[in-house]
Write a protein that binds this ligand. Sequence first.
Ligand SMILES: Cc1cc2nc3c(=O)[nH]c(=O)nc-3n(C[C@H](O)[C@H](O)[C@H](O)COP(=O)(O)O)c2cc1C
Length: 205
Amino acid sequence: METKTLFRERRSANFFDKNKELEQTLLEEIINLAVLAPSAFNLQPWRIIAVKTQESKKRLFNLSNQQDKVLEAPVTLIIVGNNEGYSDSNPVWAEMLQSVGGNKQIVEGAKQAAAFLYGSSKERKLKFAESNAGLLSMSIMIAAKEYGVDTHPMSGIDFDGIHKEFGLSEDETVVMTIVMGYSDKNKTLYPRRPRRKFEEIVKIV
Ligand SMILES: Cc1cc2nc3c(=O)[nH]c(=O)nc-3n(C[C@H](O)[C@H](O)[C@H](O)COP(=O)(O)O)c2cc1C
């Protein structure tokens, strides 16, 4: 699909076809395309929990203000950001070392810069995790649409409850959830609401 069309046709689908599964291979293709999203130092401080079983969906539904789409759709992704994603334990640093031909100084410099930029306060850590994982989220929704898969991002959820229920670590944060599947063709989505445009939102300085 042409990129402009993708942007115009992506909608937050409210009603999902309960009888249409999302093939595992397709989910993998979507995610593997979406991870081309940019991230600071290419650190990719994210992971995804794909909620697929009926039992897991019910747990998530109860922590999502009982939004029906969680039960209707074949899968909902919990987008998890890592507040400490710049730390030594991130495997990306080892890959970076290879990418720069084994030059340890370059990698050490980058590690120090990242720790300074993103790790100096709780607020910065959270900003780091959420900005990067937020871009991944948009990337997933656009990639899904390319494959004819509908999505719905959600933050009307119990962030702390999901964190606990799905066993996230202390360093991790729930960024949002994304419902995925195929919209129910028997139901009509409300018309798309207008967006505030350039002249309203851009200040040129
Ligand atoms: C971060 C985020 C959180 C959202 N949370 C919810 C939600 O919990 N429930 C819901 O029905 N819609 C939710 N939405 C969907 C928005 O209402 C929707 O994107 C907006 O109305 C624009 O419609 P469109 O995506 O179809 O263009 C969320 C959207 C975003 C980006």
